[in-house]
Write a protein that binds this ligand. Sequence first.
Ligand code: UD1
Ligand code: CA
Length: 452
Amino acid sequence: MSLDIVILAAGQGTRMRSALPKVLHPIAGQSMLAHVLNTARRLKPSSIQVVIGHGAELVREQLAAEDVNFVVQSEQLGTGHAVAQAVPHLTAENTLVLYGDVPLIEAATLESLLKQLSADSMALLTVNLDNPAGYGRIVRNAAGLVQAIVEHKDASPEQLHICEGNTGILAAPRQQLTDWLGRLSNSNAQGEYYLTDIIAMAVTDGLTVATETAVDAMEVQGANDRLQLSELERHYQLRAARRLMAQGITLLDPARFDLRGDVTVGRDVLIDINVILQGRVDIADHVSIGPNCVIKDSILRTGAVIKANSHLDGADVGENADCGPFARLRPGTVLSARAHVGNFVELKNTHLGEDAKAGHLTYLGDSEIGARTNIGAGTITCNYDGVNKSKTIMGTDVFIGSNSSLVAPVNLGDGATTGAGSTITTDVPADALAVGRARQRNLNNWPRPKKR
Ligand code: UD1
Ligand code: CA
């Protein structure tokens, strides 16, 4: 079976009260439309058509991709009119209609919907609702067969009691769909070309309207305002949390965990509250992440410990290495096995060797630091002269005294030591002590100034 997918994304989303087109509002750090596109791709369609209108240029800019064709609907005359705009670009046997503002729809649900399709049947995804207000109602005959969809605003008082609602998501053979769309009229309560009117046409043409019911109403819920957006966000997050727990990680509170990207996890990982994972994060076995950490595009190797309030971006934390509380690891940071980074330490483009330590209040940028080297509190690499970035290279077993300034480019050999408070401007040979500070003078019996 070949399939084209049409995603409706032309609406303004007035109730968002936003300059941003509705479908660009994010769930889990990605636009709603991006979620729908990802799900669409999993069905391996022949084409993906996105119908855009409000904020068309912005939507196109943000989601342009080789496998996506944008179709502009310049006036929003209804869902039927929207799908009709894509018709000239459809070539596959069947067409599936999705919505850019229904982001949590899952590929598995769509796959079972598509199984219901045949040459003489179309498929409709419905949902049973406690409060179906606003939804199109599924009208069935005495035998339980679908006859039509009637929109809320066009429904009779009896029809308003129907709790089976239209999700909007449907699939139909392309040729019939094209024909039905050409015959839609807008003589209804809203003066719109309703996609939902094709159901009655299908029945008239002798097709069966097969239905699939969404088990989870949130999966087919659209976001019309920021409250609904937040509800979808929490639902997405809970789903992500459950999936990770099923894979063997402990989340101390699944309600206080946020995934904004992709994560792989090992076993017996422990994640404390208020942790945000962004981009691509790989977490190996026995990793522990303390509360309030933000971890983006990073690798945490077996046994790594990230203590409270740490911020990692583009870091590689080695086996049994640890950092924090309050550590900041910026892009290009590599902590080798058992390396230790303590509180208020910032690293950028820096490789900390095995068992090396930077325990307190330190900035290390553009540095190579050998195994077992110890960086004293308050050490700063002066790696930037306002124009150029330069490297600081230290061998193994170096000992940097507290409050040292290392003016790059500078090289410290294996076993070198710097005296506390030194400003190091030239290379230090292996095993040497470098002291780069004013010598202390004592003025005995110093007459301290007195108040008059
Ligand atoms: C639609 C369905 C209704 C269903 C409900 C589910 C119709 C006529 N009604 O109603 O049966 O229960 O969704 O939420 O289909 N859009 C366009 N161009 C247009 C009009 C709409 O792209 O000209 C897009 C919107 O951006 C939105 C989607 O289509 O993403 C649905 O449009 P909306 O106006 O929200 O339809 P509803 O009235 O909610
Ligand atoms: Ca809607």
